[in-house]
Design a protein around this ligand. Structure first.
Ligand code: NAP
Length: 461
């Protein structure tokens, strides 16, 4: 119903230029910024304040009155005051009866109070039509006009007409109202500005942890080991070689971790014989942050591409190439072209370039501006089929590059495997399980389960 009415309003804009007076309680940062914006958009503004004296900071076209006087001049009252002061509104309950009262407040902590600020306001003013809005827009963004990051205004309330009036104001200010339903949604809307990249926490901590682990692993094997046993000072590896080892390894492992929860979920569904039982919490959370894991993986892959392109400029590489040429000249012989080596090097480069190309394609498709323009089947095709193709190409790139060391004893310094071998464990596991899952004898029951079939109905409670 709300959607329909909102569409009708959008199709039939108010042709009259006359805007209704809006009352704002509180002449603080937000109240002033919102008042400025409203006056610019043609709304007469009246402030309700503890002090009726005008100050330079208050928009000069606005009136400043006592709370009771100001409330009587408007049908919509915006409460730009912190929640802890709301009790001053109780004596105004009669004046605010039947009016639209907009709660814009935020808290300092998630779920700080048992009920949302908007619900608390509705309890204090039982006769008012309370609407929650504007809390995700900052005073700074309203003033500076830099609204791109916070153009969306979540609106909720129990009175559809009151909500519509507030949504019309939001639109008139050049913002986008998003109807979130009844006042019950207020708690979630109030928590929203307090969240700090909630979906990014696990991927970022995991990436930092793994990067630190691989850094010390490489430091031990490539710098400390060579210093102790070969008397070579390769400490400068810390600047370029080690980062360029860690980046592809991280990219590959994180990409595999994007697809690992999917295959684990398939195994769980096959084992349980139903899709109607919830996955364990850790798997649910892991699945929800796959996009973030994939984007971090893409960042590592991009860094690896840049590092690799810059590699020929390094003094160490120039010295090693020069040393090879001089040694051939001194021995008066030209090394014959090792075609096997040429094949391997061309293949791993080609696999890397193709893998990176598909990686970028999958990454771009996960961006909302692109994913909103493809249908579900197209999205699944890119994220699943092209995603697996990327994983296969990148795994093959690492295998062809690092494979030659796998059987060489010199690769096992301090009996530890080379970093490339470690990086292949998760991707190879994912690809082997996926390979088994696509076999018709496994794929058929899995498809049936995903279509609602149950092997053991006791799980369908
Ligand atoms: P503020 O600068 O501290 O201003 C609050 C105003 O409340 C004061 O200027 C004062 O206005 C009034 N007030 C203070 N104590 C009062 C009391 N005991 N009784 C009655 N009125 C009192 O706060 P703000 O930054 O404007 O924020 C106001 C509300 O907007 C808060 O709920 C906040 O969560 C929300 N909000 C702020 C932002 C932002 O970017 N600042 C963004 C989103 C939401 P008078 O002196 O005129 O009475």
């Amino acid at each position: 119903m709300n959607t329909n009415s909102s569409n009708i309003m959008a199709l039939a804009p108010n042709t009259s230029n006359k805007r209704e007076t809006v009352c704002i309680f509180g002449t603080g940062d937000f109240g002033r910024a919102l008042g400025h914006k409203m006056i610019q958009s043609g709304y007469p503004v009246v402030y309700g304040s503890r002090s009726t004296q005008m100050s330079n900071l208050i928009p000069k076209d606005a009136e400043v009155l006592s709370h009771a006087e100001a409330a009587q001049k408007a049908a919509i009252i915006i409460i730009a005051i912190q929640r802890q002061h709301y009790h001053f509104l109780t004596p105004l309950a009669e004046i605010l009866r039947g009016k639209v009262v907009v709660d814009i407040s935020n808290n300092l902590k998630l779920n700080q109070y048992p009920e949302s600020n908007a619900e608390y306001l509705a309890q204090l003013l039982p006769g008012a039509k309370v609407v929650k809005a504007f809390n995700t827009v900052s005073a700074w963004a309203l003033q500076s006009g830099a609204l791109d990051a916070s153009r969306q205004v979540f609106v909720c309330g129990d009175d559809a007409e009151a909500k519509q009036m507030v949504m019309n104001i939001v639109r008139a200010l050049g913002l986008t109202p998003l109807d979130q339903g009844s006042l019950l949604a207020a708690q979630e809307i109030e928590n929203y500005p307090l969240q700090l990249f909630p979906m990014w926490k696990f991927p970022i901590f995991l990436s930092l942890g793994l990067t630190a682990f691989f850094f010390f692993y490489c430091l031990a094997l490539d710098v400390i080991y060579t210093y102790i046993y070969e008397k070579n000072n390769f400490s400068f590896f810390i600047a370029f070689t080690i980062p360029n080892r860690i980046c592809p390894v991280m990219a590959l492992i994180l990409l595999a971790l994007v697809y690992l929860p999917g295959v684990l979920a398939a195994i769980i569904q096959l084992y349980r014989g139903t899709k109607y039982r919830r996955f364990p919490d850790w798997l649910d959370k892991w699945m929800l942050c796959r996009k973030q894991l994939g984007l971090i993986a893409l960042a590592f892959a991009s860094l690896h591409a840049v590092f690799s392109l810059a590699s020929p400029m390094r003094a160490f590489v120039k010295w090693r190439t020069g040393k090879g040429i001089i040694s051939q000249a001194l021995n008066n012989r030209t090394e014959p072209l090792d075609t096997t080596n040429a094949w391997l090097s061309d293949s791993y480069l080609a696999l890397g370039i193709l893998g990176f190309f598909f990686f970028v394609l999958v990454g771009i498709t996960s961006l909302p501006s692109v994913s909103n323009n493809v249908n579900w089947r197209e999205f699944r095709f890119v994220q699943s089929k092209l995603g697996y193709l990327t994983l296969i190409l990148c795994t093959a790139h690492t295998l062809v590059y690092g494979g030659k060391w796998f059987l060489s004893p010199s690769a096992y310094r301090w009996y530890l495997p080379n970093i490339y071998m470690l990086s292949l464990v998760v991707p190879c596991t994912v690809l082997v399980i996926k390979f088994v899952l696509v076999f018709p004898c496994v794929d058929k029951p899995l498809t049936q389960i995903r279509q609602g079939w149950e092997r053991n109905p006791k799980y369908s409670e």
